[in-house]
Design a protein around this ligand. Structure first.
Ligand SMILES: [Zn+2]
Ligand SMILES: [Zn+2]
Length: 202
């Protein structure tokens, strides 16, 4: 079965005039924080507030219209040219791919690489089950383990993993279940395998 042939952009002749201008006029959209975007046009610069559905242009302020700037920001978000509110564009600190990540996430991680506190992972070396406490912004060759005075990368069992891996704080699941304050260990990111990934591979 063949796909129905269709244009990628709408036909401006069939659009509401404001929507047509939103698609066709040259504008530059720059994300600010808190769901706001700066929109530069040939006639001026305006600020669009997506959650508040507001724009600083006269068309919106005086005529209360859904102006071309509000529409343009919505289009750019839909086309993934601009991050949605609450997200920012960043290079993933683990795989390096560009992604939209939560605005305040540090380190920035794409959906594939993200580890959240409480996620269950396994140690690729021992098969032990661990629970993630946090992903640090430190790299394995920078972060010194207090108990040994050596970096995570210099730890004997971590030789196989990249020296520039992120460091992940974990606790052993058994400790977590038995102790109120289980001891926290620093692991290189690549040494950990998410449990759902493990289920697919094994
Ligand atoms: Zn506007
Ligand atoms: Zn990634």
């Amino acid at each position: 079965m063949s796909q129905r042939r269709a244009p990628l952009a709408p036909d401006p002749r069939e659009l509401d005039p404001r929507a047509a201008r939103a698609w066709t006029e040259p504008m530059a959209v720059t994300p600010l924080s808190g769901g706001c975007y700066a929109v530069e046009t040939d006639h001026g610069s305006y600020t669009v507030d997506v959650p508040g559905r507001r724009c600083t242009c006269p068309d919106h302020r005086y005529r209360h219209e859904r102006c071309k700037h509000l529409r343009r920001v919505a289009i750019e978000i839909n086309l993934e040219r601009a991050p949605p509110p609450g997200k920012r564009r960043a290079d993933c600190a683990a795989c390096g791919d560009e992604a939209f990540v939560p605005e305040t996430a540090e380190p920035p991680l794409c959906t594939d690489c993200r580890l959240d506190p409480g996620d269950v992972v396994t140690d690729r070396e021992t098969g032990d089950t661990l629970v993630v406490r946090r992903v640090r912004s430190d790299r394995a060759d920078e972060y010194v383990i207090e108990a040994t005075g050596k970096t995570v990368a210099a730890h004997e069992t971590n030789e196989r993993y990249p020296a520039n891996d992120l460091v992940v704080d974990v606790v052993y699941l058994g400790d977590e279940l038995r102790n109120r304050e289980p001891r926290v260990y620093a692991f290189p990111y690549s040494r950990l395998r998410r449990v759902e990934d493990a289920a697919i591979v094994d």
